[in-house]
Design a binder for this molecule. Structure first.
Ligand code: PNS
Length: 160
């Protein structure tokens, strides 16, 4: 049994995240998508509970993907659960510095911690949750980047 954890903010989940998760779920026997808070992204559109629910809905037909949330350090989650293999997606070289720093810091805090990187499919290499929200807020179409269920929830937030 090899379990991997795919942590992120997922505010909201995009096709870029979905691509990484589906591919990781083919390599590992189980994948836990872990919704967390990134202190650098303080103005979330969705609560952690809403993000979990959106992701559960997206992966309802994939039996080896489950969704969880954790408030605190990723290394503490890893220690607590024993799941020390982490997946992160890399979209472009610009992601590398941040990811390298985070992987190194996590390993410094917990030496059993392993980070595996998957290159996001090039057709999603420029997508980010922030970009999707910005496009939606300004009236642009977001269909190419998020599933219908996620799009509807974004529009509901914007109506409020
Ligand atoms: O989707 P994101 O915003 O790139 O994900 C970043 C995330 C949530 C994985 C990162 O901010 C994180 O691990 N947050 C939990 C707190 C933590 O462990 N921070 C130290 C990272 S070295």
């Amino acid at each position: 049994m090899s379990v991997a954890v795919y942590p992120g903010t997922f505010d909201p989940i995009t096709y870029g995240h979905i691509d990484v998760a589906e591919r990781a779920a083919k390599v590992f026997s189980d994948l836990i998508i872990l919704v967390m808070n990134n202190p650098g992204k303080s103005n979330a559109m969705f609560s952690v509970e809403e993000r979990v629910s959106l992701i559960q809905n997206v992966f309802s037909n994939i039996s080896n993907i489950c969704v969880a949330s954790y408030r605190g350090l990723l290394v503490d989650y890893a220690r607590l659960t024993g799941h020390n293999v982490i997946i992160r997606g890399l979209r472009a070289v610009s992601d590398f510095e941040y990811e390298m720093t985070m992987a190194a810091a996590n390993r410094r805090m917990y030496d059993s911690f392993e980070t595996f990187f998957l290159m996001t499919d090039t057709k999603y290499s420029f997508i980010s949750s922030s970009l999707v929200k910005e496009i939606a807020i300004n009236g642009g179409k977001i269909d190419p980047w998020v599933p219908e269920s996620v799009k509807q929830e974004i529009y509901k937030k914007l109506e409020k």
